[in-house]
Design a protein around this ligand. Structure first.
Ligand code: ADP
Ligand code: MG
Ligand code: MG
Length: 884
């Protein structure tokens, strides 16, 4: 097997499209060489060697050594220097390089091949002892740190002592002799720490570094990074070994990094930083202030340091030429590293540059206009999830932050407000026109009112799929969850940070739902601008996609926002959310507590006008677009009062004793409410509830029509159906009530009746159910729970462990389990269509806003996905990408 691929200017054995084998860095070094761009000669050890290493008890293939030695000999030929030669030593860098760039893996080792002998040779050959010993001490420090595991600060301390002793302020004050002395100290330190000599044999150094790269693939930091970014462990990393070039040999030397366009604004301006007489990572390490690359940047940053454009104009022009060449080749913004050794420019890395979402948009749209990429390519360039950043106000990145805690980025966006510790307080403070952040240990469904009015939500327990996180994302409210180092005392109404800082009710905090930070006080925000680039790209998106995108919404505010984000109707209006409002909750409770149908009907009659108004509002906002309304779904006891005060209140309204209220409440308690008396089971046992809701829908539709509004098409949806017989009965209730209302009003309203498919039995019997149902909406939240036999509210604890241990790759509540739950959805679609070819098929679970799930839904031919308002643009983009 070929384990090693060489590269040098003008030719290489690899190519840009060989990332899987050579890693990103290796493939691009090869490609630059092929393009004739000057790259120091080198070679890449493939990712297959990494796989072999782990499959075979951390050993290498037998013939690897031979291939590495042959490749090393080739470099020696190109550089006219020999590895380990005491007179004219070849030095190399050893660089890790996975397919995707991965912080957390081994850092690069520079100047490898130096030892007590070769350093003399380097000093002699370069005529510069200072440079040689500076390089040697860098090598000892880096190698000891990344390969031998000796902390680098130990070496930095020694350097500081020496500078103190000699009364130096800058590193550049040190002489060759000083560096030489420091090298001795460094080696002594290594011996002291490890009980071993610093390796002097260049071959041993080389294999030590190669082994360290492979081992770093499985270190804890890399593992965590892979889990967070869904990078499979099987990929492995490559190792790049490359002749050193030196930016630290004098004033005609430099090193720098640059971007082919501005990575924060996306402007088509060359952009970068460099340092004269410096090596490798000095630029990013912040030891010295880097200088601007271009005159434009110099002007913008009001830097007094000379720009490369003026200091080294010829080399600068050459660099611009490579920038143009690389951008034209990769057709994307490039992030490049370069080093100038005695006036000669060398390119050391190129890769697709990271950028802000704003820049990504501008670059994609610009490149399409420049004719560099097609519309489809432009649309593919954006990560749908990143659009979130554009929709929420964000914290001013330049403002100072007093960070109190780091939680999970549960729902993006920034929010500032006064802290309150209960949903009730949130509501009452907001009534007084205060802006609040609701702080809870965890939230539960009864907090919904407070969550709705809060600017932001902070919890100290719970993960990314906790109640708080899911609801907050749904509402587009910023949320930080699981800020475990904060202590909440609900009684005392205090929030205590790990270092003992105590905040009381009414104190101001700021949360950043995009990175999980919690700050004391106010941090200024900047408002999003949905700029021309955004609308342009979304225009292309809508031309390309074939699947519809609707929203889950029940309030006028959400519905309006969703339309402004491009929703094409409502795919899920959860009527129970309309019951929680404080003005009606007592009627709802009265209805639930009623002992008989008559009393229930009385209470329902009180609720009817509220529901009707809700629907009128929604219908008007949606202006004739389809609106899917789900009849009541949750177990009734969820609406019951919990506190003594609420119980007393309900008792009064319902005209019963508090004891009786308590009794009814405990009667209704269920062992397993998720599988209990809920969904269509309520409609079967208490048809009057669905009757009232249907009446409200049709009266609203008639009213809107009478006022001359666009004709609405209600789609009435029955939840939790398992059997056709359930749907048959309830469709009868709906049809009959609709008919009564319409006849009474003398208005004809088009409507359809359908069902959620959220139980495995319903998916299996979809063919049968489709005889009655005119549409299906897959409720993938419940379908995931019931297919896995997993309760979402309890799964957080162990699903995280499942993920860490690699039992599952992604949380099935976040991204649909395509193999299992997905198969049920697909089967449901096929069987439904077989019975009723024109059946409308959609999905309204959390998965409707997840790009990977959307790609799946597109593939199996759903007509639309429905998601929370803030995810509508994400879903539009993901649907377009799925269609390409
Ligand atoms: P990272 O992935 O962290 O950027 P790199 O492997 O790119 O790590 O290297 C770190 C630094 O060392 C970069 O500034 C790079 O330009 C520099 N460097 C790497 N190899 C060489 C080399 N052969 N000659 C000179 N500088 C090098
Ligand atoms: Mg790099
Ligand atoms: Mg459901």
């Amino acid at each position: 097997t070929k384990w090693v691929y060489t590269f040098a200017k003008g030719k290489a054995e690899g190519r840009a499209d060989m990332k899987e084998l050579l890693g990103g860095k290796g493939a691009n070094l090869a490609q630059m060489s092929n393009l004739g761009i000057p790259v120091p000669a080198g070679f890449t050890i493939t990712t297959e060697v990494c796989t072999h290493f782990y499959d075979n008890g951390r050993t290498y293939p037998d013939d690897l050594k031979e291939q590495v030695m042959a490749a090393l000999t080739e470099i020696e030929g190109h550089m006219d220097a020999r590895f380990g030669d005491p007179k004219k030593p070849l030095l190399v860098s050893v660089r890790s390089g996975a397919r995707a760039s991965m912080p957390g893996m081994m850092d690069t080792v520079l100047n490898l091949g130096l030892n007590d002998e070769t350093v003399e040779g380097l000093a002699h050959a370069s005529g510069d002892a200072r440079f040689a010993y500076d390089s040697y001490r860098r090598f000892i420090q880096m190698y000891s740190d990344v390969v031998l595991g000796v902390d680098h600060y130990i070496f930095e301390e020694l350097l500081e002592y020496l500078k103190d002793e000699k009364d130096y302020t800058l590193d550049t004050d040190l002489t060759g002799e000083d560096w030489k002395e420091l090298c001795v100290q460094f080696k002594d330190k290594v011996r002291e720490e490890l009980d071993e000599e610093f390796p002097q044999d260049p071959g041993a150094q080389l294999w030590g570094a190669v082994g360290a790269v492979f081992k770093s693939w499985m270190n804890a930091r890399a593992n965590t990074y892979r889990i967070l970014h869904n990078i499979p462990a099987e990929w492995g990393t490559a190792v790049n070994i490359q002749a050193m070039v030196f930016g630290n040999m004098g004033e005609n030397c430099a090193t720098g990094v640059c971007f082919s366009r501005n990575p924060s604004t996306g402007d088509n301006h060359f952009y970068g930083e460099y340092l004269v007489n410096a090596q490798g990572e000095d630029v990013v390490a912040g030891i010295r202030t880097p200088q601007p690359l271009t005159l434009l940047e110099k002007e913008e940053s009001r830097s007094s340091l000379p720009a490369m454009e003026e200091l080294m104009p010829d080399t600068y022009r050459e660099l611009v030429q490579y920038r143009d060449q690389l951008e034209a080749h990769y057709k994307d913004m490039q992030d490049m590293e370069f080093t100038i050794q005695e006036g000669k420019l060398w390119m050391l890395q190129t890769r697709v540059g990271k950028r802000t979402t704003k820049a990504a948009l501008k670059i994609a749209v610009d490149m399409c206009h420049e004719g560099l990429i097609s519309r489809e390519e432009a649309v593919m360039r954006l990560d749908p999830r990143s659009l979130d950043q554009l929709l929420h106000p964000t914290l001013d990145p330049d403002a100072p932050r007093d960070v109190m805690s780091q939680g999970l980025p549960a729902s993006p966006g920034a929010a500032t407000g006064r802290i309150v510790f209960s949903a009730e307080d949130a509501e009452s403070w907001v009534k007084r026109k205060e802006e609040v952040i609701l702080v809870r240990t965890e939230t539960s469904p009864e907090d919904i009112g407070g969550m709705h009015v809060a600017q932001g939500i902070l919890t100290t327990r719970g993960g990314m799929t906790s109640h708080a996180a899911v609801v907050a994302r749904g509402m587009g409210t910023p949320c930080v969850s699981g800020a475990g180092d904060l202590k909440v005392d609900h009684r005392a109404k205090t929030l205590t940070s790990f270092n003992g800082k105590v905040l009381v009710e009414g104190d101001v905090i700021t949360i950043d739902g995009s990175n999980g930070q919690v700050m004391a006080g106010t941090v200024p925000t900047i408002q999003p601008e949905l700029s021309g680039d955004f609308s342009k790209l979304m225009e292309w998106v809508d031309e390309i996609r074939t699947m519809g995108v609707r929203t889950n919404a029940e309030t006028p505010h959400d519905a309006e926002m969703a339309r402004s984000f491009g929703a094409e109707g409502i795919g899920l209006c959860r009527t129970e959310h309309m019951f929680f409002d404080s003005a009606r909750i007592n009627y709802v409770r009265e209805m639930i507590l009623a002992d008989n149908e008559e009393k229930r009907r009385e209470a329902l009659a009180d609720i009817l006008p509220f529901q009707r108004q809700d629907f009128e509002d929604l219908f008007e906002i949606m202006e004739g677009l389809p609106v899917t309304i789900r009849l009541l779904d949750p177990p009734l006891h969820e609406f019951l009062p919990h506190s003594e005060r609420d119980m007393a209140l309900v008792a009064e309204v319902a005209g019963m004793s508090v004891e009786h209220v308590k009794e009814r409440a405990s009667e209704m308690a269920e062992q397993n409410p998720m599988l209990g008396h809920r969904g269509c089971r309520l409609g079967i046992t208490y048809p009057e509830i669905y009757e009232m809701q249907t009446r409200a829908i049709f009266e609203a539709a008639c009213n809107v029509t009478k006022r001359g509004g666009k004709p609405v098409v209600p789609e009435i949806m029955i939840p939790l159906v398992a059997m056709k017989a359930e749907l048959d009965r309830l469709k009868e209730v709906v049809d009959k009530t609709a008919h009564e209302v319409c006849q009474g009003e003398g208005i004809e309203i088009d409507f359809i009746v359908g069902t959620m498919i959220e139980l495995p039995r319903a998916a299996l019997r979809a063919g049968d159910i489709a005889q009655t149902a005119e549409f299906f909406s897959f409720g993938t939240n419940d379908l995931t729970q019931t297919t896995f036999g997993l309760s979402r509210d309890d799964a957080g604890k162990f699903l995280r462990v499942y993920q860490e241990r690699g039992v599952i790759e992604v949380d099935p509540f976040v991204s649909i389990d395509q193999d299992g739950v997905g198969e049920l959805v697909q089967m449901g679609c096929e069987r439904g269509r077989a019975t009723r070819p024109d059946i409308k098929l959609g999905i309204c679970g959390e998965h409707g806003g997840d790009p990977a799930s959307i790609a799946f839904f597109n593939r199996i031919g759903l007509n639309y996905v429905s998601c929370s308002p803030f995810r509508v643009p994400i879903a539009r983009l993901a649907a377009a990408q799925a269609a390409i």
